[in-house]
Design a protein around this ligand. Structure first.
Ligand code: FAD
Length: 469
């Protein structure tokens, strides 16, 4: 039935880049967390915007839906096709060229399939910084980062991916190429189409290239770890860091003691930074443009003040890049440590940073009352108001049975988030995973405006259907 379509795809791409064999398709159809295996008519691997446009035109003619895919590291089933087997995956991974670096304009122009780490390296070669930083940076692509409006560890200073993008090239649902590859910091000429495609999770068009912002490289980066007796103290320390470090504060991460203990259990080569445990820790990073000595002096001053004021019970400041890496590893290994411990129920939520201690107190109490013994793995980008507030089974009980309580647990956490005027997806998007849940929290008006945009740009509903809306 689809022979003609597949033959036309082969004419555009060549035989090697139209994958129809199930075993070869597998890496494109299995989600990162190995929870869901989709099916596809074919996986298509174009190498230029023209090829993407030709493929989308074919999809439109044959009314075949397409799922854009970058590194397939997304966490909400946005990049995986459904199980009908009637859609195609369009993977951008062969479109991975750095097209230009404009040092004076502080911009880099790249194809959408460039790995994030590749863009960071290309910027660094020109003594510039591309500040987006995620644990998946060796596998995720710029197209995926833009389409999910990815966050990561430097949002506090540099913003989300949206704030790092000046221009886009996009293949529309009709197969036209919109050339919006402008490197302008000022452009008030009507509706911001670029911002519509950013964060759209591939439901409005396929991003094929982007102009991204670069920044001067800092002279030094200093990392510190502070032990805290409460989340309230973490908030006060955040305020103190903001005041004392100003724009040099690049990260402020909260780590609960339970999260740290999981890391130390599953990665015994890592060391506890303190002699004894404390309820919470903050990982603080600053990037300084003066000198290393200046940065260390400033950070030490902040930590000393925090200890004198009773905000921090203890603190260490990394004395070398190696020590700094070790401190970051304690933060970066939390997700992996959780996975090793067993299944858990994940939440990627945001609320105003000022409300985080109150939110933790109320939600912890509600959860433990409803699900006695449940263990809360609370950590995240506190400076951005973003917590990964995950819940795992009581010690010694079955995680498989516990996971069956997901709906009840989500209800408590997400309802609380809503009370705090927060978001149930701070970083990862909606994909298929949170598509139904969001209907509970967004107003009818907001959802209908989103549907109107989708209808206007993709009236045939061929761009990643069943995701987001
Ligand atoms: P994919 O997973 O391939 O796709 C994601 C979505 O974007 C899908 O809806 C897909 O259809 C769409 N898409 C992909 N490419 C295009 C394109 N060119 N045009 C249009 N649509 C497209 N996320 C964070 O925000 N912060 C983190 O700190 C973070 N840490 C992570 C750590 C790990 C270990 C892992 C596995 C994931 C993490 N993520 C994080 C999630 C994920 O890495 C990001 O969402 C990332 O931006 C996805 O990029 P990708 O290229 O893998 O996109």
């Amino acid at each position: 039935m689809h022979e003609e379509f597949l033959a036309d795809c082969t004419n555009i791409l060549g035989h090697d880049f139209v994958i129809t064999k199930a075993s070869d398709q597998y890496p494109y159809l299995m989600d990162w967390r190995q929870r869901y295996l989709g099916k596809a008519l074919a996986v298509l691997l174009p190498t230029s915007a023209d090829e993407v446009a030709n493929l989308v035109r074919l999809c439109a003619t044959h009314k075949i839906a397409c799922v854009p895919q970058g590194g397939n590291t997304g966490l909400v089933l946005g990049s995986i096709p459904d199980q009908t087997g009637q859609t195609v995956v369009i993977s951008l991974k062969r479109m991975n060229r750095v097209l230009a670096v404009d040092v004076a304009n502080n911009t880099i122009t790249v194809e959408a399939g460039c790995l994030l780490a590749q863009v960071q390296a290309a910027a660094s070669e020109e003594q510039r910084l591309f500040p987006l930083s995620l644990a998946s940076e060796g596998s995720c692509t710029i197209g995926g980062n833009l389409s999910t409006n990815a966050g990561g560890t430097a949002v506090l200073r540099y913003g989300n991916t949206r704030e790092l993008c000046l221009g886009l090239e996009v293949v529309t649902a009709q197969g036209d190429i919109w050339d919006g590859l402008r490197g302008l910091r000022k452009d008030n000429t009507g509706y911001d189409l670029r911002d519509l495609f950013i964060g759209a999770e591939g439901t409005l068009g396929i991003i094929t290239a982007a102009v991204l912002k670069l920044f001067p490289q800092p002279r030094s980066q200093i990392t510190a770890f502070a032990a805290l007796d409460s989340a309230d103290n973490a908030l006060d320390l955040l305020k103190q860091c903001q005041q004392a470090l100003g724009p040099t504060l690049t990260a402020f991460e909260l780590i609960s003691d339970f999260s740290l203990q999981l890391v130390l259990k599953h990665f015994p080569q890592l060391q506890h930074p303190f002699k004894r445990s404390h309820p919470y820790y903050a990982l603080v990073e600053m990037s300084d443009h003066e000198s290393e000595n200046h940065a260390i002096a400033l950070m030490e001053q902040v930590l000393e003040q925090a200890i004198n004021d009773g905000l921090a019970a203890d603190a260490v400041c990394a004395a070398s890049i190696g020590q700094s890496r070790s401190l970051w590893k304690l933060r970066e290994h939390i997700s992996e440590a959780q996975a090793k411990e067993g299944k858990n129920i994940k939440h990627d939520i945001s609320i105003p940073a000022s409300q985080i201690p109150h939110f933790i107190q109320i939600t912890d109490a509600e959860l433990t009352a409803a699900f006695p013994g449940c263990q809360i793995v609370c950590f995240g980008h506190m400076g951005d108001g973003n917590l990964h507030y995950n819940v795992s089974a009581p010690a010694g009980s079955s995680d498989t049975e516990f996971i069956l309580q997901q709906t009840g647990i989500n209800r408590i956490v997400h309802d609380q988030v809503h009370q705090f005027k927060g978001s149930i997806s701070a970083e990862h998007g909606l994909g298929m995973l949170k598509r139904d849940e969001i209907r509970r929290y967004k107003s009818g008006l907001e959802l209908s405006m989103m549907r109107a945009i989708k209808m206007a740009l993709d009236p045939q509903n061929i761009m990643n259907p069943g995701k987001v809306l």
